[in-house]
Design a protein around this ligand. Structure first.
Ligand code: ATP
Ligand code: MG
Length: 351
């Protein structure tokens, strides 16, 4: 099957193993442990989770023409089912996070935006991919130029090629460069070109809370209000995650779903006019909530690609999040353990 395309924000996570004595101390040499190098950002998190679930995935991001860019490309290429379609921006540097976690202390991130600052998606050729998933516009400022014209253009081009389009957001930091963006304008335009939207409630309140007229409400009620808004702007499927409050899945009419690209159009009648909420799976020990939202999106998209019902897709999203939260990868085996009903989705892959 032709690979799904995941495009947008990527970085390398560089994690030195630090003892309790690690600190900034000018003039001194401090002994530290080995350096962990991993892929980070939406493209890596969602892409890796989709590959773990069993999908073929092509990653499209912008990196610099530097050593880190080559390490990043090599790291992608060594992962099964992942294909690298990286755009190298001359004179730019590759985005990275230095993850500093001295024993006994909370983590500090030193993040370098690098080439993510110039990602527009203009070099992407989606070909006949079934799906284009884009994340995260709040961390890709060039997508937001001219009121979000490059983001709209990227989604429109994919749609014109018949792909299902999908978009995930991140929390908008009001003090950052994108804090002053007209998010209502940008997201209204983007939603009109997007089939599947899978933001978290925090993403939405940070971007739209001040202007949408939606007051602070309990999570379940707020999610419903934002889902109404996004469906009204033209999205076909809206999945809003709210941490421990779980996931709300809402869909538009069959007529709208029929225009939802290669993945959604065949599901139009079974997915139309759905509204359901799924609670998170209980996890014995929360190892990390980092990337839970990306895994949830991957679970949803994978289930859609296998023709699952809305109920099974929402549960698959929650199960993929639970896998990551419990410190595991959302492989077929792990997923079938958490959600036995999902085993059928993987059977069709293997078979
Ligand atoms: N504290 C928690 N307890 C149980 N489940 C959780 C918790 N936090 C997240 N989840 C699960 O993960 C899913 C996605 O989480 P969340 O809404 O926090 O996404 P997010 O903010 O986009 O996450 P991230 O950006 O860190 O990937 C939820 O729908 C839920 O299934
Ligand atoms: Mg998220």
């Amino acid at each position: 099957m032709t690979a799904m395309v995941v495009a947008g924000h990527i970085c390398l996570d560089l994690t030195p193993q630090l003892g309790a004595s690690a600190r900034l101390d000018p003039g001194r040499l401090i002994d530290v442990g080995p350096l962990g190098i991993g892929l980070g950002g939406c493209v890596a998190n969602t892409g890796l989770a989709l590959a773990d679930l069993g999908a073929d995935v092509s990653l499209h991001s912008t990196v610099g023409d530097d050593e880190l860019g080559r390490i990043l490309a090599d790291t992608v290429a060594r992962r099964p089912r992942l294909h690298s379609d990286l755009h190298v921006a001359p004179g730019r540097t590759t985005s990275y996070s230095l993850v500093l976690e001295p024993a006994g202390h909370d983590r500090t991130f030193w993040h370098h935006t690098g080439a993510n600052a110039v990602f527009t998606g203009d070099t992407l050729d989606v070909g006949d991919a079934p799906l284009l998933h884009v994340g995260y516009p709040p961390l890709l400022p060039a997508l937001l130029d001219d009121g979000g014209a490059p983001l709209e253009r990227l989604l429109r081009r994919a749609r014109e090629r018949g792909a299902t389009t999908s978009l995930d957001l991140a929390v908008v930091d009001p003090s950052s460069e994108v804090g002053s963006v007209d998010w209502t304008g940008v997201l209204r335009r983007a939603a009109a070109m997007t089939d599947i939207l899978s933001p978290s409630l925090d993403d939405l309140t940070s971007a739209l809370g001040a202007t949408s007229g939606i007051p602070p409400l309990p999570a379940a009620t707020a999610a419903q209000a934002y889902a109404d808004l996004l469906l009204g702007w033209g999205a076909a499927v809206v999945a809003i995650s709210a941490g421990s409050d779980g996931l709300l899945l809402r869909t538009a009419s069959a007529e709208r779903l029929q225009r939802g690209g290669r993945l959604l159009a065949p599901l139009a009648s079974s997915w139309a006019d759905t509204s359901l909420r799924v609670r998170p799976f209980l996890v014995e020990r929360v190892v990390t909530t980092n990337g839970a939202g990306d895994a949830s999106t991957a679970g949803l998209l994978f289930a859609v690609s296998r023709g699952a019902s809305p109920t099974l897709a929402a549960h698959t999203a929650a199960a993929a999040a639970a896998a990551v939260i419990s410190g595991r990868r959302p492989t077929a085996e792990v997923m079938s353990g958490i959600l036995p009903a999902a085993a059928n989705l993987f059977a069709t892959v293997e078979g």
